[in-house]
Design a protein around this ligand. Sequence first.
Ligand SMILES: N[C@@H](CCC(=O)N[C@@H](CS)C(=O)NCC(=O)O)C(=O)O
Length: 205
Amino acid sequence: LPHHPEIVLYHAFPSRSIIALWMLEETGLPFRIERLDLQKEEQRSPGFMKLNTMGKVPVLTCGETVITETAAICAFLADAVPERELAPPPGDPRRGTYYRWLFFGPSCLEPAITDRMMERPPASSTALGYGDYDRVLSTVRGVVQPGPYLLGQQFTAADVVLGSGLRWGMMFGGVPEEPEFRAYVDRLSARPAWQRTEAREKPAA
Ligand SMILES: N[C@@H](CCC(=O)N[C@@H](CS)C(=O)NCC(=O)O)C(=O)O
């Protein structure tokens, strides 16, 4: 990629930014990592707060462009390498299905798991964007089951996002160890790009 602006990932381990790191590995793009220590509150430094007023990782910069929100970063990276087919192209009807599950991760699955883990009393399921925990899980169950991926044979950035949410939920007891969930997450974990991501983070662990 000649003249491609430099890509930098602001990353902390362990944190959600490992999802962006995995996505970068899937793209094969060159990138640089800036590591932050969350314990030392490096995410509150004036320099970093200038990049992201939320003071949170991941942040991805591509030249002058600053991208926050894990799912947005993954979608951006998928589109940067169309030849890798990590997203159906714009205009393809499957793009709709892709967006559906990509957005379901941070807007439904993640808050459902967090509320469950924090034992928050359930709010009105009509008003709550994710409805209720059981509905979210049965929806995810239905979409991971045919497999191998959310879009059938095609692995996409939506798998990176939703799959990471599931993996994290199962790791911390927010999602039950069901065979459908386990099989899907194991399939994702077997991908060389995830293997490289884990290997890269081992010394940091
Ligand atoms: N909505 C953000 C959430 C990012 C987030 O919460 N990151 C956490 C780490 S998992 C963080 O940076 N926490 C540090 C802090 O808030 O001080 C996304 O989806 O990327």
